[in-house]
Write a protein that binds this ligand. Structure first.
Ligand code: PEP
Length: 249
């Protein structure tokens, strides 16, 4: 069984004052914890400070996106190497908000994930269908296409994480049913095994979409769900820790 990963995504939220929440999370979990891995992906402005404030704790810090290149004339962008240098160990790539807001295609996502691997970060590669794609019955095709296009060629099964995030469930309070989650996670697992052989059974597959302390136990109990990617409920230490504790049971 892959080790469970509970990952938060603060998106474009958080000022220096909010680092108190990061400190509360890192102080609440034992440094030697053998339970689920715990991660907060933060705005780039907070990564260095959050990393030093959680240093030596069980909490890891990640970024929310990265540029494919290591450095150069790309004003306003941030490279995977810069995230690593600031203390990150993970980075989210291909979040649906970036696919929609910034036009990030599967090809771009794959190059961002390759950059993460180059820099020694673990990419969390997001896939997920829109509501109209679901209504049209295209879910499995959409996920298969995104999986084929978004995982870089040089990836090893254990070096990446995949997050299934139905777009219609992100930030909406609308959660996919256990059956819907199970169907897609089964497909993602099959695709990983096809691509990586037996090693594909070890890749973590997270669910993301309005997960909260009230629904986390059910979602985390679904077959092939190896953790969660949590937006809104990761902003408050109490809610995020409640989900982590449910995962640790
Ligand atoms: C996300 O940002 O990846 C996410 C799943 O958000 P929320 O939990 O708020 O739906």
């Amino acid at each position: 069984m892959p080790r469970t990963l509970i990952a938060g995504n603060w998106k474009m939220n958080g000022l220096i004052a909010n680092l108190a929440e990061v400190e509360r999370v890192s102080a609440a979990v034992s440094p030697s914890s053998e339970g689920p891995e715990l991660l907060l992906c933060l705005p780039a402005t907070l990564i260095a400070a959050a990393s030093s404030r959680s240093d030596g704790s069980h909490l890891k810090i990640g970024g929310e996106t990265c540029h494919p290149k290591e450095k150069g004339a790309h004003t306003g962008d941030i490279s995977a190497e810069m995230l690593k240098d600031a203390g990150a160990s993970y980075v989210i790539v291909g979040h649906s908000e970036r696919r929609a807001d910034c036009g990030e295609t599967d090809q771009i996502v794959a190059s961002q994930a390759a950059a993460a691997l180059r820099a020694g970060l673990t990419p969390i590669i997001c896939v997920g269908e829109t509501l109209s794609q679901r209504d049209a019955g295209d879910v499995l095709d959409v996920i298969s296409t995104q999986m084929a296009g978004s995982i870089p060629e040089n990836a090893a099964a254990g070096a990446i994480v995949v997050a299934y995030e139905p777009v219609w469930a992100i930030g909406t309070g609308r959660v996919a049913s256990s059956e819907q989650i199970a169907e897609v996670h089964r497909l993602v697992r099959d695709l990983l095994v096809k691509r990586f052989g037996d090693a594909g059974r070890g890749t973590r597959i997270l669910y993301g979409g309005s997960m909260n302390p009230g629904n986390a136990a059910e979602i985390l109990g679904v077959d092939e769900v190896n953790g969660g990617l949590i937006g809104g409920a990761s902003l408050k230490a109490d809610d995020f820790l409640a989900i982590y504790r449910l995962a640790a049971q």
